[in-house]
Every structure is written in structure tokens, then in C-alpha cells.
Write a protein that binds this ligand. Structure first.
Ligand code: GLN
Length: 477
């Protein structure tokens, strides 16, 4: 077996037994990136020097090569958010999560493609390249953390970071057969990660197994004085708590609103079988209702653009990006730089958000959407009074073809129907490999209440170790 196909846990074992070295593992990944990344186009920046970084590798993840979604500031490296407006920007500092992982000894292989400023569900809004799904190079890897999911699936890194505002870790994980963890809002510091919608943004990971996600979360989680929204809820020893052998005594709710028209028949079949597997593993399965599911998407597409319009106001294209040489005055310069620097989807959202917040409309749109958000949160509160977990499909479809939805924003937004409600509620969730339809991977989404990551990962681990879907690899060479 090739060293690049191993999980973090397996690689750490080999390193411990001195059967390999951090430099050798890292070089193996760099060689594979050189050979295969031209097919997937997952990387925006490759750290050619990574194999020389091993001397700093001393912590609990010492010698593990991972890669970062290109919205994480990584000192001395470009960080573009896949946007032209950040072309030429070199991060002067590390994001908190990057700093923590570095201190734990991980090696940085480079930066991974995303939709521009993480707005999208297919990686097609990246200003630089379209990442391909390793399971079928004619299809999208999902988004926005599509580079992360494709790289993990194609063994181009041992694991990757991602961010999830409305589904960006879970949906690409479903499309690429990886394990994706979206944490509770406030569990992991957002400091140093390019913001999209600040009341929704969460930082998480895409890995080859649940165990690996637990290992990374243990390092990344916790209070950070540089991000006031981080919680001081206790960071648990997530890997040590993966002790469940079955799902006995657990109640899993199946919300009827997630099995509606528009759900692909092949996806539905996989999810129904996964539910059956969980029942056989001892879980009590219960139908539940999350009545505001249908309006969650509309509320998100008001709240997120509103926050986007505020967050992206800081990009002026002056110190980096496409600074124009010929402008009438400062306002005209901003206007031209931003016109050139941002892509269509980013502009669409800035305009939508500006409109939704404008005088006379804020009450009608923004405030209304916030009220809906409260109702969505209440749905989950009511559900978690009855059940331990909620199980659903991640996405209504498997990976779609490149070009199929990119010119129809509404179709693209509908992709997020099953991931967005949990984002509005700020709860945690995973996408884990659950089967295939017509050769394409399908992920099972499992939610737990806020700050129940330990419980969630333990249950996901039971499902994963009783099945072998996560061990299936795309045939890419
Ligand atoms: N696809 C969703 C959107 O475009 C979610 C993006 C995200 O989670 N960053 O808004």
C-alpha cells in the first residue's frame, strides 16, 4: 500500500515505529501532487519546500502533511481566497488554527482551491481554476471546499482544512467520499481565515476517517482571545472518546422535510440503507419534523449576502490585486479595482446584501430573515429534546457535471437546501461516506446539538467502522 493512501492515524503509527520519516512521507505526497494534480487541479499553491520543514515536527501530529483551503492565512505564503482581488497578497501571519496545527507538528503542503471567497457549491466560481472530482474528472468536486475534498480523496494530502458557512465542508465531502466535520459555531477560532458571513462561518476539516477528524479537532478547538465568538466550552479529548462499539440506546431522528421531491432516487436509496445500518447497529430510528426547513434556504440567502456585503467592503485592490493606473479619483479607483477584482458570484452577493440592508428594506428582508433563523434554531431545539442525532442526506444530488449549474444561481443555491438549516442553527454535523449511486459517492449527514462533537464523532465512528465505503478510492492515475 502506498504511504499516501494512509490515514493520519496509520501514518503516525509508521512514524512512531520509525518505518518512515516526516521527510519521506512529505516527499511521497509532493511526488504524487506533481504526478496527479494536473488532473484534479486541487492546489492553488504547492509548497515545494515542505519536505525540508520536518525538523520543526515535534508535536502530537509531528510529520503529518496536510494542506489548507486557500482562505487560511499561512505566514509567508500566498492566500488568495481564489479571488483576483487578493492576487499578490502574501500572508504576514498564521491563522490561529494554522498556528495550532503547526505547533502540533503538521507540515504544510500548500493551499487548496475553493469557490471565490467560499461562495459557491462547485469550485467553479474560483477565479483561477476549476477543480475536478477525482471520481469523475468531468464533474465538480463540490464547494466551496472542493479543493480540500478532491485533494484528500485523491491522496494528494493526508488531510485538509476547510470552512463551512452553509455546507462547504459537508457537500464536497459527500461528492468526493471523504469525511467532513462542520463544528459548532464558536468551537474553532476563525481568526486569520478570510470571512464570508461572520455569524455563520465555521472552521473544520476534511479527512480520510472520523478518527483523523477527531485528532485534528482536538488540536484546533478552543477559546481564542483573537476571536470573540469562540466559546470557552471544554475541549474534549475527541480521539480518546471514540469508544462506542454500537449505537444502542441512541435515538436518531429522520426529518421528513429532507425526503422530498427533488431528492435524487439514487441518493435516497443510499441514505435509507444507511439508516437501516444504524438501526441494525442498535439505534432507535424515529421520524421527526423540522417544519421550517423549506424557508431556511431563503433566509440564508438574505443573511449571508448581507454579512458578505459588509465583510468584503475592506477589499479595495490597492496594496494587492488589480490596481488600476488610470482613475478619476479615489472612489473611481475603488470602483474599477472592485469591478476587475471580484467575480460575478461575489458581486451578485454584495449587491444582494447591500440591497437587503438598505434603508426601508432592512426590516422587510434582513430582519425577517433573522426571525426565520430563530424559528429554524427552535426546530432543532425541539428535535434534540426528543432525539440524540438527526440523520439526513447531505445534498439532493451526487456530484454534477462541470458547467451544469454555474449559469443558474438558483439551481446552485438549491444544492445547499440540506446543509444550510444546521448552519443557521449553529450546530455540529458530519458528512461520512455512505455508499455510491452510479459510481458516484454519497455522504450521510449526521447532526448533533451544539458542542456535542465528541458524541457525534463517536457515533459516526461506529457507522464508519461497520462499513467500508470510506475505504473506496477513486481510480485516478
Ligand atoms: N454553497 C453555499 C454558498 O454558496 C455555502 C458556502 C459555504 O459554506 N462557504 O453560500
Amino acid at each position: 500500500m502506498e504511504i499516501t493512501s494512509l490515514t493520519i492515524t496509520q501514518t503516525l503509527q509508521l512514524l512512531k515505529e520509525k518505518k518512515t520519516s516526516p521527510a519521506e512521507v512529505t516527499q511521497a505526497y509532493l511526488d504524487r501532487i506533481k504526478k496527479l494534480d494536473s488532473k484534479t487541479e486541487a492546489y492553488l499553491y504547492i509548497n515545494e519546500n515542505a519536505a525540508n520543514d520536518f525538523f520543526v515536527a515535534t508535536g502530537e501530529l509531528a510529520g503529518i502533511p496536510i494542506a489548507y483551503k486557500d482562505v487560511f492565512n499561512t505566514k509567508g505564503m500566498p492566500t488568495t481566497a481564489a479571488s483576483k482581488i487578493l492576487e499578490g497578497y502574501i500572508s504576514p501571519y498564521d491563522a490561529t488554527s494554522v498556528e495550532k496545527l503547526k505547533n502540533a507538528g503538521v507540515i504544510n503542503l500548500g493551499k487548496l482551491n475553493t469557490d471565490e471567497f467560499t461562495m459557491g457549491s462547485s469550485c467553479e466560481t474560483s477565479a483561477y481554476q476549476i477543480t475536478k472530482n477525482p471520481w469523475d474528472l468531468a464533474r465538480v468536486p463540490g464547494g466551496s471546499s472542493g479543493g480540500s475534498a478532491a485533494a484528500v480523496a485523491a491522496d494528494l494530502c493526508c488531510a485538509a482544512t476547510g470552512s463551512d458557512t452553509g455546507g462547504s465542508i459537508r457537500q464536497p465531502s459527500s461528492f468526493c467520499n471523504t469525511t467532513g466535520l462542520k463544528v459548532t459555531y464558536g468551537r474553532v477560532s476563525r481568526y486569520g481565515v478570510m470571512p464570508m458571513a461572520s455569524s455563520l462561518d465555521t472552521i473544520g476539516v476534511i479527512t480520510k476517517s472520523v478518527e483523523d477528524a477527531a485528532l485534528l479537532l482536538k488540536v484546533m478547538a478552543g477559546k481564542d482571545s483573537r476571536d470573540a465568538t469562540t466559546s470557552d466550552a471544554k475541549v474534549e479529548d475527541y480521539p480518546a472518546l471514540l469508544t462506542r462499539k454500537d449505537l444502542k440506546g441512541l435515538r436518531i431522528g429522520i426529518p421528513k422535510e429532507y425526503f422530498v421531491e427533488g431528492l435524487d432516487k439514487g441518493v435516497e436509496k443510499v441514505i435509507r440503507e444507511a439508516i437501516e445500518t444504524m438501526r441494525k447497529l442498535g439505534a432507535e430510528i424515529k421520524e421527526i419534523s423540522l417544519p421550517h426547513t423549506e424557508v431556511a434556504l431563503a433566509a440564508y440567502y438574505i443573511i449571508a449576502p448581507s454579512e458578505i456585503s459588509a465583510n468584503l467592503a475592506r477589499f479595495d485592490g490597492i496594496r494587492f490585486g488589480p490596481t488600476v493606473s488610470d482613475s478619476k479619483d479615489l472612489i473611481d479607483m475603488y470602483f474599477q479595482n472592485r469591478t476587475k477584482g471580484f467575480g460575478d458570484e461575489v458581486k451578485r452577493r454584495i449587491m444582494l446584501g447591500t440591497f437587503a440592508l438598505s434603508a426601508g428594506y432592512a426590516d422587510k428582508f434582513y430582519k425577517k430573515a433573522l426571525q426565520v433563523r430563530t424559528l429554524v434554531k427552535r426546530d432543532f431545539d425541539n428535535a434534540f429534546a426528543e432525539v440524540d442525532f438527526i440523520a439526513t442526506p447531505v445534498s439532493p444530488t451526487p456530484a454534477f457535471k462541470i458547467g451544469e449549474k454555474v449559469n443558474d444561481p438558483l439551481q446552485m443555491y438549491l444544492e445547499d437546501a440540506f446543509t444550510i438549516p444546521a448552519s443557521l442553527a449553529g450546530i455540529c454535523g458530519v458528512s461520512i461516506p455512505a455508499g455510491f449511486t452510479e459510481g458516484l459517492p454519497v455522504g450521510l449527514q449526521l447532526f448533533a446539538n451544539q458542542f456535542e462533537e465528541a458524541k457525534l464523532l463517536a457515533a459516526a465512528q461506529v457507522f464508519q467502522t461497520s462499513t467500508d465505503y470510506h475505504l473506496q478510492k477513486p481510480k485516478i492515475s
